[in-house]
Design a protein around this ligand. Structure first.
Ligand SMILES: Nc1ncnc2c1ncn2[C@@H]1O[C@H](COP(=O)(O)OP(=O)(O)OP(=O)(O)O)[C@@H](O)[C@H]1O
Length: 775
């Protein structure tokens, strides 16, 4: 009987292979024609570019000729950019076709619509592919019907289309693993996506880059990927549950779903660190899409507070010792939605006399005094919004500057300067004007004089344009002095916080908790800092953001739909907050309609024994579902003192390095990472990773956990999980995050007695293998 089934299966596989061969040959033909189109597009672009280059060097000094040339050049420039765009579209098509050729599809569904006599077979791959008659040989995984593959079990199924919900009957679901045009594996399944496929995807060794998960997307991940209705989508997912994978697939999905209205650079992702940005950078290109914008919160803030040394979240981890209760209250007040609301209210009610205007200085003298600026502000109706009055003040300052420029053109120094201009410089200043355009010589001279004075006074213009006439730091300090304090904060503690703010500003630096409210106040008064072109905003590791920071992002990107992802258990150096609580806070802070919380409880990254151990250290760990992948039990090495610990570490590294491509030694902070690195680098090929690093080398890596957020490694060694180093629950998230970076193997090294965060129960239940060194 078994033999009979085997023969049948073989027969089926042969038939499927024939189809793969056919599709591959059609893809091959398409590749050839696209290559020809690409070559001719490329030579066309080169020809036009050459022509453009030849033309830019002619007739430079004759004003009249230059105008003519410039119109012609503009036309050519437009042509070059159209041709380059066409060329890059063809190049993308070629890349996608080449990927398709290797593995044209990964799924097949057989469906039968009501009333139809036959079933239809649809094949699903990373992109669609049609034959010459317009028949789909491969359907894009994002097409409406493809959702059936990810969601449905056999029988009646429904799927969303642009025309509304459709129903059909799913008769068969088949999965393929096709490598270089050959079917390696195929099987029919009734599950969402069979476990065998997942096993093989997850069992692979870590790569430098994250892989797309298109062939094995799970049902609950599919909900995240295909959600187009929520304005605020919050994903709480346990470590390794595929949050990051799901949002990258979601971005690819959105780009497909709204391809006429959405561009990749209208999507922005806030990522936890620069290594992470690099790690995920290949997922979208592997799906044939361009990458979205990516930025870390630190980079974003740095860019907006130029000239100040902004404390990063990482510096905060490193420098903050244990906070007193009062310090914690101050921080959480500054990070709250209430504080931001108070800041807004303060700004809305500012009278002219309350605003900290600054003089605009030119050549060490006052050009516009703060008194003048304040009286301009005061001249606009008091009923108007402060930001409107401010904007009108800005416009008035620009008007006055222009008048000053016109007056200044009559001055002797300007005439002297014009007389000394070389012909070449003179023509440069005329840029774009023909001599005949001026009524007379005086008009021409006035035009040149205006240019010279404008150039000279550019600093004043820039000061107005960049809002330097508002002293945002003083304004913020004034707000700090006036805000209503919550009951739990003592006045002297608050005064100390104000003093600290003032003295750090004197040294051109600012603490992280002051950044969001200060920027918000400055931008809100000045009517700036808003980007209206972004349509989607994603925040990964949302538990690392304060509500105040998220509120500022909300202000900065007002037109965006939000997707926030995180894991409340992975909060570093702070207490855990429940996801429902986070959503409640965000809902009330943002006042959005259509918000949704999705929880992912299944963890895919680590082997079963590692996830089982990770669960055991969390109070609610039992809710986490471990994906069933075999592996060895995590090891705990109890060393006797630092020196012994380092010896054990070197031994563990050597053992792991024989088996795996990457072994990461993860520490609590940078200080420890440096200390460990110093001790081991002469005996291992270790690399110490720092804040600014953007790429992940292979081999042995030593890094603090905050740089490893969102990443994963074949083998992880957690450094010094001792009682001394992890004394209480405030470090539970840190330890949990370290443990869950491991894909295949986990070792913990503890100097003397182990942290109480690892319970006796897990030690006794053989969830971890203990080794003691003998001194
Ligand atoms: N459906 C899937 N198919 C194949 N692999 C998957 C799937 N879902 C997740 N994975 C794999 O599991 C690992 C963890 O995924 P990912 O990094 O997206 O999780 P995460 O929830 O963002 O993790 P963390 O919060 O711990 O950083 C990755 O290697 C990813 O490729």
């Amino acid at each position: 009987m078994d033999e009979w089934r085997h023969l049948l299966e073989n027969d089926e596989q042969q038939k499927e292979q024939q189809r793969v061969d056919l599709v591959v040959s059609k893809i091959d033909n398409k590749i050839s024609t696209t290559e020809r189109e690409y070559d001719s597009a490329h030579s066309e672009t080169k020809k036009v570019q050459q022509n453009y280059a030849d033309n830019t060097s002619v007739n430079y000094f004759e004003v009249d000729d230059r105008i003519e040339t410039s119109a012609e050049l503009q036309q050519q420039r437009g042509l070059v950019s159209r041709l380059t765009e066409n060329e890059s579209i063809l190049k993308n098509q070629l890349d996608t076709l080449k990927d398709l050729k290797k593995s044209p599809y990964f799924g097949r569904i057989d469906i039968q619509d009501d009333g139809e006599p036959d079933t239809e077979q649809l094949y699903i791959g990373i992109a669609s592919f049609e034959n010459a008659d317009g028949e789909f040989l491969v359907y894009d995984w994002r097409a409406p019907i493809s959702s059936v593959y990810y969601n449905g079990t056999l029988g009646k199924v429904a799927y969303e289309t642009p025309m509304g919900k459709q129903e059909t009957t799913l008769k068969k679901k088949r999965q393929f693993q096709i490598v270089d045009g050959k079917i390696r594996n195929m099987f029919d399944t009734n599950e969402t996506v069979g476990d065998e496929m997942l096993q093989s995807a997850l069992g692979a060794q870590n790569d430098d880059y994250m892989q797309n998960i298109v062939a094995t997307i799970q049902h609950e991940q599919n909900d995240i990927i295909r959600d187009t209705k929520s304005n605020l989508l919050v994903v709480q997912g346990v470590a390794g549950s595929g949050k990051t994978s799901a949002i990258l697939q979601r971005i690819a999905f959105l780009l497909y779903h709204s391809r006429d209205t959405l561009e990749a650079d209208q999507i922005i992702l806030f990522s936890p660190n620069k290594l992470f940005s690099h790690y995920i950078s290949e997922v979208l290109p592997s799906l044939g899409e361009r990458n979205m914008r990516q930025v870390t919160f630190d980079e974003f803030i740095d860019n907006r507070l130029k000239g100040l040394n902004v404390q990063s979240l990482f510096e905060r981890y490193e420098t903050d010792g244990k906070l007193t209760n009062q310090q914690r209250f101050v921080r959480s007040f500054k990070e709250s939605a209430k504080f931001m609301d108070e800041a807004k209210e303060y700004c809305d009610n500012l009278a002219a006399s309350d605003i900290y205007f600054s003089d605009i200085i030119f050549n060490e003298a006052v050009f516009f005094s703060k008194r003048e600026i304040r009286s301009i502000f005061n001249s606009f109706p008091k009923a108007a919004k402060v930001s409107d009055r401010y904007l009108q003040t800005k416009n008035e300052l620009i008007k006055r500057l222009k008048r000053r420029i016109n007056r200044e053109t009559q001055e002797d120094w300007v005439n002297d300067e014009i007389d000394q201009l070389s012909d070449e410089k003179y023509h440069d200043l005329l840029a774009g004007k023909t001599l005949g355009e001026f009524q007379n010589e005086d008009a021409e001279r006035f035009f040149i004089a205006q240019k010279i004075v404008t150039d000279r006074l550019r600093v004043v213009y820039d000061a107005i344009f960049n809002d330097n006439f508002l002293d945002a730091y003083m304004q913020y300090a004034d707000f700090l002095g006036k805000v209503d304090l919550p009951q739990n904060i003592d006045q002297p503690q608050w005064q100390q916080a104000i003093n600290e703010f003032n003295s750090s500003i004197e040294f051109h630096s600012i603490k992280l908790d002051d950044c969001a409210p200060l920027l918000y106040m400055r931008d809100y008064i000045c009517n700036t800092g808003q980007n209206n072109t972004m349509k989607y905003l994603f925040v990964d590791e949302m538990q690392d953001y304060s509500v105040a920071q998220l509120k500022y992002l909300r202000y900065a990107f007002p037109q965006t739909k939000w997707t926030l992802l995180g894991d409340s258990e992975q909060a570093l150096f702070k207490d855990v907050e429940q996801p429902e609580e986070i959503l409640r806070k965000l809902n009330s802070a943002f006042k959005v309609r259509h918000s949704r919380l999705i929880s992912l409880m299944r963890s895919y990254r680590s082997t079963f024994p590692i996830t089982t151990f990770a669960k055991s250290i969390l109070p609610n760990g039992a809710d986490i579902e471990a994906f069933n992948r075999e592996g060895s039990i995590p090891e705990l090495i109890l060393s006797t003192g630092f020196k012994d610990g380092i010896n054990q570490l070197i031994k563990a590294i050597t053992g792991q390095r024989n088996k795996y491509g990457t072994v990461a030694v993860l520490t609590k902070n940078m200080r420890e990472a440096k200390q460990v690195y110093e001790q081991i680098h002469s005996q291992t090929d270790a690399t110490l990773l720092k804040d600014a690093d953007r790429t992940l080398p292979k081999g042995v890596l030593v890094l603090p956990i905050y740089l490893a957020k969102g990443l994963e490694f074949d083998s992880v060694i957690a450094w010094d999980t001792s009682e001394k180093n992890y004394p209480d629950a405030s470090l539970l998230g840190t330890l949990y995050t370290i443990i869950t970076r491991a894909m295949h193997h986990l070792t913990l090294i503890s100097i003397d007695s182990v942290t109480p965060l690892i319970s006796d129960e897990s030690l006794h239940n053989s969830q971890i293998k203990i080794e003691r060194t003998i001194s």
